[in-house]
Ligand binder design. Sequence first.
Ligand SMILES: *Cc1c(COP(=O)(O)O)cnc(C)c1O
Length: 497
Amino acid sequence: MYYTSTRDKSIRISSAEAITKGISAEGGLFVPTEIPHITLDDIKRIGTLPYTGRAKEILKLYLTDFTEDELNYCVEGAYKKSSFSSEKIAPLYKISDKESILELWRGPTCAFKDMALQLLPYLLSVSASKTLKDTKIVILVATSGDTGKAALEGFKDVDNTQILVFYPVDGVSPMQKLQMTTQEGNNVSVCAIKGNFDDAQSGVKSIFTNSEIKKKFAENHLAFSSANSINWGRLVPQIVYYVSAYCDMVENGSLKLGEEMNVVVPTGNFGNILAAYYAKRMGVPISKLICASNSNNVLTDFLKTGTYDKNRNFYCTASPSMDILISSNLERLLFHLSGENDAEVREYMKLLANSGKYTVGEQLFEKIKELFRAGYCDDTLTKATIKENFDKYHYLCDTHTAVAVKVYEDYVSESGDKTPTVIASTANPYKFSASVLSALTSDVQSTDEFSMVDELHALTGEPVPPQLATLKDKKVRFGDVTTKDDMANVVFKMLNI
Ligand SMILES: *Cc1c(COP(=O)(O)O)cnc(C)c1O
């Protein structure tokens, strides 16, 4: 199978090249030229396998230039039972007759990013061994909180790699910040930037596509790659858990094989929900893809009107990992749904860059409306949902997951749709203790992050992940703050070039 670019479909490269490069030179994103298909019989067989087996079955369809041994090495390394707090890796928890929660935060950093970022370093090192010689890979990450930590943890001390994470100085939770600034490892750096996530992301993108910087890198035997969800190596592992969730829905009796499920995803950069779209295109019986946003509801408006308009207020919300106004992966959806029309995608992306706004053509919008539903919810409703859910089902969800739960409830009351539904749960509640605690009680006693963790534990009895509890005693290693315009210099300094 080959990969092409959303902005130049004459490109044909292998998956290893797509993963090593991260982003195409002209700024497009890599996508597979065809989407593999699986049958219900395949799904039945895949359902008998453990998560690692399921992953290998799906990955081998996309990463056709990887050998079976290479895939075994990658998958077994990534989804070790010792790194995840559930044997099932991505367990499904049925909270009501129609609703199941897909817990994607059982990995080392307690956020769903681990599902992809535990695997990506393996995929990248195998890919690099196929496509690059004597070159060190430099991973640049822009993070709204969770990607940064998950990438640092995934790439820590991986041979021949160096990783640098940029995060918006006031845009992450205290726990997320501590997770990053205390990161251990000899090839890691972390730097805050004055600005929001979109500033960090566009800063990283412009470093990637700057030809002078690239030249300087080549002279020093260095090459960039990306651990953001613009990298195909981030997306492909995410397809796996939707297939796996479908298998588990059949297994727990929510569905009969062949019946459809809905999927609800709390969305930021559109990576997670795009993976569900790929799963649907592959043949997994998925009905509606429901996109849930917080007050940064640019996607809600887009999916309802066909106009993407990022010219609006940016809100710092209780679900910071979704505080995004430029959802990069939407570009991939536009490419697929426009009939792989790279000229059309280029035009939209040009309009987005120049005026912050574009409107898709009628035909394309019809296709979008058929597949997607969308809604959003503000912080007050998010917190009310956390409390309601806990009171009703004794299930404690984090702020991001609560956005999805609320949007799903609204969708059901509007549509009357009774299709069994999987709601993606993207973070452990203790990552956002302050918000979750204040959702449950108006009488919060604690003032610092770690006593809030204790208080939340006392109130709910939910186990505290040890990797969060022990942050308290770790030394802060990275305190630098820089400006958006100085990001390239931070990169040079880290690399001594
Ligand atoms: C990254 C993240 C999201 C958004 O996922 P996208 O793939 O960017 O849409 C949602 N919730 C949490 C907790 C996250 O870390």
